[in-house]
Design a protein around this ligand. Structure first.
Ligand code: PLP
Length: 445
């Protein structure tokens, strides 16, 4: 392994990926179907993956990487897990989609309701974006109010009303907002600093009678991992309850990853009540496009066909996707969560010690086994802190790791994700790559 910092990977390091990117760019804007994949924040050639197995990805050039993205969370059991593969194969052999109800969606819904105590009913959708979009429509329908409160740096999918000050790709590209969002839609959204209860109280004092819901990430993961400060979630519950607004806890990222019942399982139950609605995605689809929103039965009762809030989906509750999600959730045993913790801590501890040895400022923050490495000193409690980091150091670190066969999220504003299939060989591979990456981070180009 080279002791010299490696330069940014160039197209010549990944000729097959570079050729695919060129082809893709002809027919797909930017060559990708989700912006962060394009590597714009770190430069270089995004790797087009040909296959995945356990903790490993293999790109179009045949180069292997330990995967620390895990599809942004869903691949909690590792790629192509045999039990999930068997469930998917069995379901697919029975037909792909019926446009009628079928049993797998009932089983998946039962599994979710059994796990997250305040969730009495769920509706299945196809993406986290649909889940949050539908949850806020439902909250507006239930309360008869229009205004939504969200927190800066929290990402809830690319829903018009929720794109203001979103983290994730919006942070990566330093976009203040998205073009194409009507002023009227953004005007119904109040953006407040995360972890700032006085700001929330002030907003409710001014416009409380207009506010339908507060939506928050149960623990923020899309500006990097920023857990709620002690008492923050209780405060959200207290203020929403006092004002007749709903609390929507977005667990699309944290759900079934931070614990068997998500971040709620780590932090709840709460003295001040429970979030009225939850949104889920990622892990619950096991790598397939399925997601959900759910919560109080009296609120969910407003959905069509029972109630007046319309919501629908041709492929919602898809039998193959539901089978993948169910097999994944059933595979998430206590031993799986223990392994995630062991792997995440082994990697994070080694990152911290190598960055310290190379005198690179860093802060590591956690939500369950989700963690991120902020290239700065001092705790990150909100979006302004998260943006105040050395993204150049991250970029150099990222490319050194990539060159050595470790695929990190290609942005400093993301969580790192591990899987239960990350065995000692995979963990050792990551740890062996760290000294050179830390030196690269320390060496401005
Ligand atoms: C990923 C994510 C979403 C959006 O989910 P998609 O399936 O990408 O639409 C929403 N909220 C949170 C917290 C997320 O992490």
């Amino acid at each position: 392994m080279s002791s010299q910092p490696l330069p940014v990977q160039t197209a010549s390091d990944a000729p097959a990926s570079a050729a695919l990117l060129a082809r893709a760019s002809e027919v797909i804007p930017g060559g990708v179907n989700s912006p962060v994949r394009a590597f714009r924040a770190v430069g270089g050639t995004p790797r087009f993956m040909a296959s995945g197995s356990g903790p490993w990805l293999t790109d179009a050039d045949g180069k292997r990487y330990v995967d620390l993205i895990c599809s942004w969370g869903p691949m909690i059991l590792g790629h192509a897990h045999p039990d999930v593969l068997a469930a998917v194969t069995e379901a697919a052999a029975r037909g792909f989609s019926f446009g009628t109800p079928s049993e797998n969606e009932v089983r998946l819904a039962e599994e979710i309701v059994a796990r997250v105590e305040p969730v009495e009913q769920v509706r299945l959708v196809n993406s986290g974006t649909e889940a949050t979009m539908s949850a806020i429509r439902l909250a507006r329908g239930f309360t008869g109010r229009d205004v939504i409160v969200k927190f800066a740096g929290c990402y809830h999918g690319h829903v018009d009303a929720l794109l203001a000050s979103a983290g994730s790709g919006v942070a990566t590209f330093a976009l203040p907002d998205s073009a194409g969002v009507p002023r009227s839609s953004a005007g119904e959204t109040i953006v407040l600093p995360y972890n700032d209860l006085p700001a929330l109280e002030a907003a409710f004092a001014e416009r409380g009678h207009e506010i339908a819901a507060v939506i928050t990430e149960a623990a923020a993961g899309n500006m990097g991992v920023v857990p709620p400060a002690p008492g923050f979630t209780e405060g959200l519950l207290r203020v929403t309850r006092a004002n007749g607004a709903l609390l929507v806890s977005d667990e699309v990222m944290t759900g079934f990853r931070c614990s068997a019942s998500g971040f709620y399982g780590l932090e709840g139950p709460y003295a001040a009540g429970a979030p009225d609605l939850f949104t889920f995605g990622k892990v619950m689809g096991g790598g397939f496009p399925t997601a959900a929103f759910g919560g109080r039965a009296d609120v969910m009762a407003l959905l069509a066909p029972q109630g007046p809030v319309y919501q629908a989906g041709t492929l919602s509750g898809n039998p193959v996707a539901s089978a993948a999600g169910l097999a994944t959730l059933q595979g998430c045993t206590p031993a799986v969560y223990e392994r995630l913790d062991v792997v995440a801590h082994a990697i994070a501890d080694a990152v911290a010690s190598e960055l310290s040895a190379a005198s690179v400022p860093h802060t590591i923050q956690w939500a369950g086994s989700m963690f991120s490495v902020f290239f700065r000193d001092g705790a990150v409690t909100g979006y302004d802190d998260a943006k105040d980091q050395d993204t150049g150091a991250f970029r150099r670190f990222f490319h050194s790791m990539l060159g050595q066969g470790v695929h990190l999220p290609p942005s400093a504003f993301e969580s790192w994700f591990v899987s239960a299939s990350h065995d000692d060989e995979a963990v050792d591979h990551v740890i062996a790559a760290l000294p050179a990456a830390a030196r690269a981070a320390a060496t401005p180009d």
